[in-house]
Structures are given as C-alpha cells and as structure tokens.
Design a protein around this ligand. Structure first.
Ligand SMILES: [Zn+2]
Length: 178
C-alpha cells in the first residue's frame, strides 16, 4: 500500500434502516452540488439489504503541516491551470477534471484525505485530458530531476496509450453548467 497510514480513515456511522446494524458497504457515491452533500447507495453487511443515504459531509484535506481545510474544486483547477497553458483545454474541461477528482476521492467514503492523495487522484484524469499538460504537471508533482525522468514517463505513456477519455457534454453534471 502506497500510504499505509491512510488506512485508518474515519468512516461515518450509518445504521441500516432494516436491521439497525451499524456497518454497511458503499456501493455508489455521488457528490451533489459543491460537495456539501453526498448521496450514497449502501449495502448492509448484516442483512444484505440496500438503502440510499444523503450524507452531509465536507471532504477535508489534510495538508502537509497537519492542518485541514475543506476540499476545493477551485484549488484543484488552479493547481493544474498553469500546466494547461497553451493547450486545448477549456474551463469546462477543468471543471470536469475537478469533479472527477472529487468523485474519485469520495468513492471510498472517507471524510478526510491527504493532500498527496488529491495530487495522485488528479494524475489519471489529467492524462486523459491532455498528455502534455500531464507531463508538465507530473514533472513538478513527482519532482523530475533529469531528462531520464521525462524519458521514462514518456515511455510509460507510449506503452500504455490513454483512452483519450472525454465525457460527452450531455452527461456532465448539471451543476457545472451555469
Ligand atoms: Zn441490515
């Protein structure tokens, strides 16, 4: 495991409405608006029945200093904007990228994530968006020190071509289209 200390995340206590058992498995998570509420589909680990919850949760990011701050899509966007300069990436693409980062961070139901995890969660969607922007960002994020580091990363990109994943416009989160 990459970050063993991340294993002991706190999970919200949710009681099964059928049998009152207090442990359930998250099957699906979807952030609603700007991340103040999250809808989850859960399966009770005791009776196996499924139920929906609307959980009010603010995703907290633990900074290197140990301080926490609420997850912010704007911060994700401002963190990659520079790497996207001069690339065919527009504001909608960036908004979608930040949404995907948040969704992937919330998938396992943790209330807190390390700042490092946010950076990691960003790599795959950024690569799918634009490989040049990805390389620029990765070179800073992963501290590339030499040409060899770039060569190794480019070799990886070539060996494993991106699916060039772009979400069709009509499936985008309505909240983003303002
Ligand atoms: Zn149950």
């Amino acid at each position: 495991m990459l970050f063993p200390h991340l294993a002991k995340k706190e999970k919200p206590l949710v009681i099964c409405p059928f049998c009152r058992f207090d442990d359930s498995r998250v099957i699906d998570s979807r952030p609603t608006d700007e991340g103040n509420q999250i809808r989850r589909r859960r399966e009770c680990t005791s009776c196996g029945r499924r139920f929906n919850t609307a959980e009010s949760s603010i995703l907290l990011v633990i900074k290197r200093s140990g301080a926490t701050e609420p997850f912010s899509r704007e911060k994700v966007i401002s963190g990659v904007r520079k790497a996207c300069q001069g690339r065919p990436v527009n504001d909608d693409d960036l908004a979608l990228l930040a949404q995907r980062v948040e969704e992937s961070l919330r998938l396992d139901g943790a209330a807190e994530v390390e700042a490092q995890e946010v950076g990691l969660a960003l790599l795959a969607p950024l690569r799918e968006l634009d490989e040049v922007a990805y390389l620029r960002y990765a070179s800073v994020y992963r501290n590339f020190a030499s040409l060899e580091d770039f060569e190794a990363e480019i070799a990886l990109l070539r060996a494993e071509p991106s699916r060039n994943f772009k979400v069709p416009k009509d499936s985008r989160n309505q909240a983003l289209i303002k």
